[in-house]
Write a protein that binds this ligand. Structure first.
Ligand code: SF4
Ligand code: SF4
Length: 372
């Protein structure tokens, strides 16, 4: 048996609390409460264990990590453990002093999310009035603190028309990198799928635009582009393969192979309060379940691509078929591939789909929200 290589990346979901309520949020529909969150010392222990295990990068995420008063201590703890620290933030809780304190604590990089180039639409998508302006201020403080900045823009049917302006916005903020990521249909995005799925035409135009602007902005802005699964014919190697490169620690200390893995009801997760990270990485039943290729059925089991895409996304397979062990239906070779076309059809049929804000049970038609 070959030794299991160590993970390279840790996604530390410090909290599920967030002042925004994005309709595409990939957090689970059942959010972890503050009372269950790991405390400062527990997170710092996670970082030390992660570094010993071989992790190189830690992504401090949420929810909104800046909700935590101890964020500076957590950054310092990760840095002292020898990890490269990246903060993924909405920016709405940052101020100039806090950004400088985070830089002084050893933060290496910030990814700042934007919902749109238009302030009103951005605030509607994020469900937080005034958020866009705060983000623009945060971008200035981040650059002033000399921290490398990536802008994260999740795109979907409601904002793709503004992609040219989103790219201009990234240049204007002084970001070095823009990540244009089509929404992944997990968590709240899955609930809002009918409102968010882009049309084929939108996707093709966006892809052409990104290719052209990449050339034009060479040396100024790097544009990363994550295409949407539902329009593909082959799946992505989700998380680089289940339990192969990444681990996720949820706010309550549960350790997951992927941030959406809690959507698969049959999985049982070990908790960092009970076991060491190295033990969990090596032998947790949730990691073992879909690691490698032994679990695969046909057509994956005999497919030459099985060690490239690792059968696609387990959470997507579960969301679409109810069986997390099936071939990701995005793959054209899957017997369930027709389900993807059906979901696209349903989304376009729905002229005024409901819009569920994260964290709340209220629903409104998209058209009503966009008019507010
Ligand atoms: S996607 Fe939006 S709601 Fe979800 S954690 Fe990020 S900022 Fe908060
Ligand atoms: S059959 Fe399985 S391994 Fe082959 S391309 Fe499709 S998802 Fe990947």
């Amino acid at each position: 048996m070959t030794a299991l290589p160590p993970p390279t990346g840790l996604l530390a979901e410090l909290t599920h609390r967030c002042p925004q309520r994005c309709v595409y949020c990939s957090n689970p529909v059942e959010l972890v409460r503050k009372s269950s969150e790991l405390d400062t010392a527990e997170w710092q222990r996670v970082f030390r264990q992660a570094a010993r295990l071989g992790v190189i990068h830690v992504h401090l995420s949420g929810g909104e990590p800046a909700v935590r008063d101890d964020l500076e201590d957590l950054v310092a703890g990760a840095e002292e453990a020898g990890l490269y620290t990246n903060l993924i933030t909405s920016g709405v809780l940052l101020d100039e002093c806090r950004v400088q304190n985070l830089a002084d604590a050893g933060l290496a990089h910030i990814q700042l999310s934007v919902q749109d180039s238009d302030a009103a639409l951005a605030d509607h998508i994020g469900g937080h009035r005034g958020a866009h302006l705060k983000k623009m201020a945060a971008a200035g403080w981040i650059r002033a603190a000399d921290l490398p900045l990536t802008l994260n823009a999740v795109v979907h049917r409601q904002n793709l028309a503004h992609l040219p302006d989103i790219i201009d916005l990234a240049v204007a903020t002084g970001a070095e990198r823009l990540e244009v990521a089509h929404a992944q249909y997990q968590g709240w995005a899955l609930k809002n799928r009918d409102a968010l799925l882009p049309t084929r035409r939108q996707l093709d135009e966006a892809t052409k635009l990104v290719e052209a602007r990449r050339e034009e902005l060479r040396g100024v802005l790097t544009i990363d582009y994550v295409v949407p699964d539902y329009h593909a014919i082959r799946p992505k190697a989700c998380m680089g393969g289940w339990g192969r490169q990444f681990l996720v620690v949820a706010p309550n200390g549960d350790v997951l192979p992927c941030h959406a893995a809690a959507s698969i009801p049959e999985l049982k997760f070990d908790n960092i309060r009970d076991r060491k990270l190295s033990q969990i990485w090596q032998s947790s039943s949730a990691f073992e379940k879909y690691r490698g290729t032994d679990w695969m059925s046909e057509p994956c089991q005999s497919c030459p691509k099985r060690e490239q895409d690792w059968g696609g996304c387990r959470c997507q397979a579960f969301a679409l078929t109810g069986d997390a062990g099936s071939t990701d239906p995005v793959c054209a070779l899957s017997p369930d591939h027709h389900l993807v076309g059906e979901k696209l059809h349903e989304a376009y049929e729905e002229s005024d789909p409901k819009w569920h804000y994260r964290g709340y049970s209220d629903t409104d038609p998209v058209s009503a929200i966009l008019k507010k």
